[in-house]
Design a binder for this molecule. Sequence first.
Ligand code: FAD
Length: 355
Amino acid sequence: MKEFDYIIIGGGCAGLSLAYELEIHEKLKDKTLAIIEPREEYKKDKTWSFWKVMAHNFDDCVKKSWVNFSVNIPKKTNHLECISYPYQSVDSGLFYEKINSRLKENKNISFFKDLREINSKNSFIFNSVPSIKKDHRNLWQHFCGVEIESQNNFFDDEIFNLMDFDCEQRESVHFFYTLPYSKTKALVETTWLSKINDGSQKDYDIQIKDYIENHLKLKNYKITYKEEGTIPLFYPSNEIEKNKINIGTAGGMTRLSTGYTFLNIQEHSKYICENIKNISKSKKFEISKKYQFLDYIFLKVLNRNPEMMPNIFFKMFKSSPNTVIKFLSNKSNFLEDLSIILKMPKWTFIKALFR
Ligand SMILES: Cc1cc2nc3c(=O)[nH]c(=O)nc-3n(C[C@H](O)[C@H](O)[C@H](O)COP(=O)(O)OP(=O)(O)OC[C@H]3O[C@@H](n4cnc5c(N)ncnc54)[C@H](O)[C@@H]3O)c2cc1C
């Protein structure tokens, strides 16, 4: 069986981002790479959105970017600006197409459906398949989004809605998220943060229909695309092994308080690429311990007091938008962290810390 210098298990966001980073920096000129990906065909299956706090390779896959956004709780709306850090939405279809067409040009890169098709004994492995152990205490972000097209101009495409908590909560944390791509097209998503991941909140189609028709008050529209998924708000239990690095969600690249992962994956890919010659001896790349600790407390509060979360998120955005964006994107300094922490209900967080 054929051997390779490197193997990437999982050709999704993290696997392909890493392969692309290595390819464009010419690290695969004299090295071989196998990508293991079981899917039959690549098609758009996700929309990755984030505040652009750093440069990345996929500006040409951005469907739309915004410099204004809003956050809502019942009867209150906060309008915010993000001129320094525009919010971008990457179309996964364009991303897969761009990367795969580039990788196919390099004869040193091969694609397989199953790891058992090759000899992996002497390879360095980058694994993006998470190992998830069932635990009823774990929190999940689960959601469903639809792209809709209205018959007439309806949306204000200059501003997106990050969180609208003016909806049923069912003892979890629930909000809607709306990205208007144009005056007639938008992604509308229902998002739940909850320990429940058994399908009992999965009346997604009804929730979305009700939100579009009775909340946004749009009647004439059609659904053109649908995406659905779950993001674990806990670290997967992938083992650390010699000659193997976990990447993507499996490698702890998801920010647990938000689910944002895309830019962390890009940063991790750059780090691996810069250190590829000595990768087995390089320091582990991880989201800073500061955010891991703050997110741990935040999720404890969320677990115990889901009813408080709409107000907590709303208050967080009372800080300057740049501060909140940097905090949520792992780029804040000590004073910025402090300004967010001081907006939180202190006793609730102190109690969560000690219990
Ligand atoms: C619908 C959705 C929307 C999201 N939106 C955002 C967002 O807006 N912003 C953001 O920052 N993050 C977002 N995320 C979170 C995160 O960015 C994505 O989950 C991202 O795809 C994670 O990349 P990954 O490579 O870890 O996992 P994936 O992209 O899921 O890649 C894993 C790959 O492994 C393959 N695979 C599975 N089993 C095997 C196996 N046994 N052997 C080999 N390969 C296998 C899969 O087919 C897949 O291609 C979203 C997640 C989902 C589910």
